[in-house]
Design a protein around this ligand. Structure first.
Ligand code: PMV
Length: 306
């Protein structure tokens, strides 16, 4: 059995696609699990009850993320063929919510295949393979999701740069509120691209401001200056609104969290649905969680960073 955690982006979504830094952390309360067993039935069978999928690999389209992941992993491992197996995919990560469900399933599947074939696989190759599947899912992903999930550590992510994990000097609490709307990441990333192409100068400035926020947030986390994170989150959310990737449902949850005492709040991930996050402390986290539920959040997760 192989497992991979969910993830949440703390700062820098969207501008990370344009080479600015972003911060993401694993969320271990939710995870994807993949188990592979030998079978008496011919073929490679995949069961993913969460998406109501029970199929033989060859019957899925070639670009189906599960089929593509199995195929590319077996090629990378140098395994000619694997016959008669049952692959069980279970995940407690809500789909299309910004918690990295697709990348977590890929990472758990890659590791489960390597384990089944008795081939050790390192994080670097796992991450590369998961990134290939992310491209199928999202078009032009930055690679942040597969990276934070593969390494299961807080990550300061710069596209096409060696992985940088960072130290959390003082643990802090984040409340994650889900709008219940699927986050159309591919679409929002595509729209941002069109807007950037139409006015690159303006958009580069927005991306620069977000990049500055992400850098400041990293040093605040590394020095234990947690109160500094609240205003940085609020400023990042305002810039995400300017980027057109927020929506009424996210803004309502952000306002509800702030009114309930959160030190800062912002959308997280692709936006226009999916999740928002709020900075809490141990005392007010339940109050913020309750306020988010009252304001319409579908799932609420309280998670400790560090
Ligand atoms: O929606 P999520 O959590 O998968 O995050 C997408 C993050 C973006 O920066 C919008 C896209 C990317 O590939 O980095």
């Amino acid at each position: 059995m192989s497992a991979a955690p969910g993830k949440i982006i703390l700062f820098g979504e969207h501008s990370v696609v344009y080479g600015r830094p972003a911060l993401a952390v694993p969320v271990t309360q939710v995870q994807a699990n993949v188990e592979i067993k030998g079978s008496s039935r011919a073929g490679i069978w995949i069961h993913a009850p969460g998406i109501d999928l029970h199929a033989e690999l060859g019957s899925l389209p070639q670009a189906h993320p599960l089929r593509a992941t199995v195929t590319s992993t077996l090629i990378a491992l140098g395994v000619d063929s694997v016959k008669n197996i049952e692959i069980d995919v279970q995940s407690s990560i809500p789909v299309a919510s910004g918690l990295g469900s697709g990348a977590a399933v890929s990472v758990a599947l890659i590791r489960a295949l390597a384990e089944y074939c008795s081939h050790p696989i390192n994080n670097e190759l796992t991450n590369q393979l998961a990134y290939e599947t992310e491209k199928l899912l999202h078009g032009t992903p930055s690679g942040i999701d597969n990276t934070v999930i593969t390494y299961a550590s807080p990550v300061y992510y710069l596209k096409d740069q060696p992985i940088q994990t960072f130290h959390v000097a003082q643990p802090f609490t984040i409340v994650i509120g889900n709008t219940g709307l699927p986050a159309p990441t591919k679409e929002s990333v595509g729209d941002v691209r069109s807007l950037w192409q139409a006015d690159p100068q303006r958009w580069e400035q927005i991306f620069n401001k977000v990049g500055e926020i992400a850098r400041s947030a990293r040093s605040a986390i590394e020095t234990g200056d947690i109160p500094a994170l609240g205003p940085l989150m609020n400023a990042n959310h305002t810039l995400l609104q300017e980027m057109t990737v927020s929506c009424n449902e996210l803004d309502v949850l952000v306002q509800a969290a702030l009114a309930a005492g959160a030190a800062g709040a912002k959308l997280s991930g692709g936006g226009r649905g999916g999740n928002m996050i709020a900075l809490a402390d141990n005392k007010n986290a339940p109050v913020i969680a309750g306020a988010l539920r009252l304001a319409g959040a579908r799932h609420v997760i309280v998670t400790q960073v560090g």
